[in-house]
Design a protein around this ligand. Structure first.
Ligand code: CA
Length: 114
């Protein structure tokens, strides 16, 4: 990892930690450490995002939308855990697709902010 991308991921991690409890994030990442074990509903529940205000959820969405396109695309979804903690793993293709399918309500291959 080069210096700049490391610095960026630290900034992202800090932004996420300002919304969510770092201990909860750590616990949730631990639960889904095994390949193909990721369950986004349980994950968001564990990190406390489910009980956050619409404003905080929107903030989190914008952190995950790394290129500010207004959507979370497959590529961004794949490294979604890295946005919660720098040592989060990449999702597998299977996990990414399952997550995308569950969250992509209009079937355009990306997740909108609504
Ligand atoms: Ca995007």
């Amino acid at each position: 990892m080069d210096y700049n991308s490391h610095w960026m991921s630290k900034v992202v991690e800090m932004a996420m930690n300002s919304i969510l409890n770092p201990d909860d994030i750590k616990k949730a990442l631990d639960v889904f450490k095994a390949v193909d074990s990721f369950d986004h509903k349980r994950f968001f529940e564990m990190v406390g995002l489910k009980v956050k205000s619409a404003d905080d959820v929107k903030k989190a969405f914008h952190i995950l939308d790394a290129d500010n396109s207004g959507f979370i695309e497959e590529e961004e979804l794949k490294c979604v855990l890295k946005h919660f903690a720098t040592d989060g793993r990449d999702l597998t293709d299977k996990e990414t697709k399952a997550f995308l399918q569950a969250a992509d309500k209009d079937g355009d291959g990306k997740i909108g902010a609504e």
